[in-house]
Design a protein around this ligand. Sequence first.
Ligand code: SF4
Ligand code: SF4
Length: 129
Amino acid sequence: MPCNGCTQCCGSNQGLFLQPELGDKVESYRHRVVTDEATGNPIFLLATENGRCVYLGDSGCTIYDRRPALCRSFDCRKHYLILPKQDRDNLVKLGLSSRAVFDAGRARLKSLSAEERKECVDKREEFFS
Ligand code: SF4
Ligand code: SF4
């Protein structure tokens, strides 16, 4: 993902959750567990009151080499393309995503290949139509 210095994912509260099943060593991160059996008791990376990841430093991620799986895999371009506008708006309203992240994704769409774009559009049609 060509972030080029952008840290919107890290600075805006998006519910950055840990995924032990993908190798995240939960105890090695500052985290909080949300007790909610319906959603599988998700474990979130700790953030400050204004939604800034506690590991975000002045020059970016301070634990870059061991950042969680979601930080490694998230691609705001695909996040933007796969979700229909109404779902993007709802996620922003619920505080589960940030408008700035969607904007960052839209601004970088040209860096996706035609094949990647098609995959995203196919997923949107499969899941949301
Ligand atoms: S919003 Fe996009 S460009 Fe910015 S940090 Fe997240 S993935 Fe990278
Ligand atoms: S762990 Fe690093 S990459 Fe992940 S949200 Fe925090 S600062 Fe960003």
